[in-house]
Design a protein around this ligand. Sequence first.
Ligand SMILES: [Zn+2]
Length: 285
Amino acid sequence: MSWFSRDDPGNEKLPKLDNGERRVRTEGLWQKCEGCRQIIWKKDLEANWSVCPKCAFHFRVDAVSRLKLLLDGGEFEPFDSTLTSGDPLGFVDSKPYSERLRAMKESTSLSDALVSGAGTLEGRRVQVCAMEMRFIGGSMGCVVGEKIARAIDRSLAERSPLIIVSASGGARMQEGAVSLMQMAKISAGLMRLDEARIPFISVLTDPTTGGVTASYAMLGDLNIAEPGALIGFAGPRVIEQTIRQKLPEGFQRAEFLLKHGMLDDVVPRPEMKPYIARALKFFVA
Ligand SMILES: [Zn+2]
């Protein structure tokens, strides 16, 4: 997301200050839409679920806002919010993983790439997990795995439906095989949920890729996505190089996947909450 610099045309709409200066107060007030390239008043965008009022482009939303958008009164009881990775491999790339984690915790005020909580959705008690792209690309490591596993346990204990909102670049490289094990761990937990006949709704948002797509994001009783979301396993360039073919237009976008039977529905963000409420009414009755 790019913020406007002082010289952007959006400044024209602002009233002149006493000294004739138009520029000073504009930073952070306007945002350019990545869909239609128009300039949007940031307050209008926030009031519209972070969906462009002009072209319906869905901006990315952070994990805490996700929970607030889904739960009644925007209120939720957070769980495991201090759970943090112990750097099992002592991994170092351009900098030590432990240092990367520390920087991420500081910049996001989160302990890892997933926020979990419980609340009510149109009056029904639910467990909700939302992934945070800003935290090492929303990557799935041992903390994401453990937090989802615990959310599943709570769902089982109180027989409340589970909703996971995914946004992820896939497994966390810095945790190697440990991150890949989370796929099996979560999938096994979801199986128990299935056996107990408790619904799990998977919401795929932009982008949902790699090991997350290859495990829980596609294991919902309902797999629904936001419009325009990039969803896939490998990226398009890797696929093109492997199969030596040009990929069709819109490949790996939510609408394409729906058309080809990989998703159950594409649901605009403002309709997501009532949609899930209706689905749960159908599942649980
Ligand atoms: Zn737009």
